[in-house]
Ligand binder design. Structure first.
Ligand code: HEC
Ligand code: HEC
Ligand code: HEC
Ligand code: HEC
Ligand code: HEC
Length: 169
C-alpha cells in the first residue's frame, strides 16, 4: 500500500549516500528506537490518526478502534504512563501483527503485574486487575468488534482506548 521505510524513518537519501561512501561515523537517520511513546504515537498517527486529526477533520471521536492513535491517547495507561507506553510496546512495525493475545498480556503486566509476581520488565507498579490479574487482558480491555462502517466485513478491530468496558464482553 505504498508504506515503505521512508514513511516512518524519513528521507534516506543522505544516509544511503554516506553508507555507499563508507562514512559510517554519521548515519543521517534519527534512531526511532530511542523515541518516547508520544513521539511514536504521533508518527504512527500520521496514518493511523491521532485525536488532533480526528478533531481537525471533524471525524467521529467514538472511533477509538479505527483511529488507533486517537484511541491510545484517550487511555489512562498512555496519559498517566509517564510516556512509557508506545505503539511499539505492542507492535513490531517490521512484521505482521500478532494475533496471539499472550504477546499483549506481557505488555500490560509490565505495569499491572501484582507485586508478588516475578516479571522480566517492570516499568511501573500500578493496580493489578481484580478480575483476572495475569491473563486475557486485551479481550476485556481492548475488545475486538465488528466495525459498523464496514458492513458485512468479517474483520474485527481492536478498541485502542484501554479501559473498563461498559458492556459485557
Ligand atoms: C511503520 C513504520 C516503519 C516502517 C515502514 C519501517 N520502520 Fe524501521 N523502525 C520503525 C520503528 C518505530 C523503529 C523502532 C523500533 C523499536 O523501538 O523497537 C524502527 C527501527 C528500525 C531500525 C533500528 C534503528 C532505529 O531507528 O531504531 C532499523 C535499522 C530500521 N527500522 C530499518 C527499517 C527499514 C530498512 C525499513 C524498510 C524496509 C523500515 N525500517 C521500515 C518503524 C518503521
Ligand atoms: C505512511 C502511513 C503509515 C504509517 C506512518 C504507519 N502505518 Fe501502520 N498501516 C498503514 C496501512 C496503509 C496499513 C494497512 C491497512 C490497515 O490495516 O489499516 C497499516 C497496517 C498496520 C497494522 C496492521 C498490520 C497487520 O499485519 O494487519 C499495524 C499493527 C500497524 N499498521 C501499526 C503501525 C505502527 C505501530 C506504526 C508506527 C510505528 C505505523 N503503523 C505507521 C499505514 C501506515
Ligand atoms: C497495549 C497494546 C497495544 C498498543 C500500545 C497498541 N496496540 Fe494496536 N493492537 C493491539 C491489539 C491487541 C490489536 C489486535 C490484535 C489482533 O488482531 O489480535 C491491535 C491491532 C492494531 C491494528 C490492526 C487493526 C485491527 O484492530 O485489526 C493497527 C493498525 C494498530 N493496532 C495500530 C496501532 C497504533 C498505530 C498504535 C499506537 C498509536 C497501537 N496500535 C498501539 C494492541 C496494542
Ligand atoms: C506504561 C505502563 C502501563 C501499561 C504498559 C499499561 N497500563 Fe494500564 N494503566 C497505567 C496507568 C498509569 C493507569 C492509571 C491508573 C493508575 O495509575 O493506577 C492505568 C489504568 C488502567 C486501567 C483503568 C482505566 C480507567 O479508566 O480507570 C485499566 C483497565 C488498564 N490500565 C488496563 C491495562 C491493560 C489491559 C493493559 C495492556 C493492554 C495496560 N493497562 C497497560 C499504566 C499502564
Ligand atoms: C474477564 C474480563 C477481564 C479480564 C480477562 C481482565 N480484566 Fe481487568 N478488569 C475487568 C473489569 C470488569 C474491571 C472493573 C472491576 C471493578 O471495577 O470492580 C477490571 C479492572 C481492571 C483495572 C482497574 C483496577 C483498579 O483498581 O482501578 C486494571 C488496571 C485492569 N483491569 C487490568 C487488567 C490486566 C492487566 C489484565 C490482564 C492481566 C486484565 N485486566 C484482565 C475485566 C477484566
Amino acid at each position: 500500500m505504498g508504506v515503505g521505510c521512508e514513511s516512518c524513518h524519513g528521507p534516506g537519501g543522505q544516509h544511503v549516500e554516506a553508507m555507499r561512501q563508507g562514512k559510517t561515523d554519521a548515519l543521517f537517520m534519527p534512531k526511532l528506537q530511542k523515541q518516547d511513546g508520544k513521539t511514536i504515537a504521533e508518527m504512527c498517527g500520521r496514518c493511523h490518526r491521532t485525536t488532533k486529526d480526528a478533531t481537525a477533520k471533524n471525524l467521529n471521536s467514538e472511533h477509538t478502534d479505527l483511529f488507533q492513535a486517537h484511541g491510545l491517547e484517550q487511555s489512562r495507561c498512555y496519559r498517566e504512563g509517564q510516556n512509557k507506553l508506545s505503539c511499539t510496546s505492542c507492535h513490531d512495525p517490521h512484521t505482521s501483527i500478532s494475533t496471539d493475545e499472550k504477546t499483549y498480556n506481557q505488555v500490560c503486566l509490565q505495569c499491572h503485574a501484582p507485586a508478588n509476581i516475578p516479571i522480566t520488565t517492570r516499568l511501573l507498579q500500578r493496580r493489578p486487575c481484580p478480575i483476572n490479574a495475569t491473563e486475557k487482558c486485551t479481550s476485556c480491555h481492548m475488545p475486538k468488534r465488528a466495525e459498523p462502517v464496514f458492513p458485512g466485513s468479517p474483520h474485527k478491530v481492536a478498541d485502542h482506548f484501554i479501559r473498563v468496558q461498559k458492556e459485557k464482553k
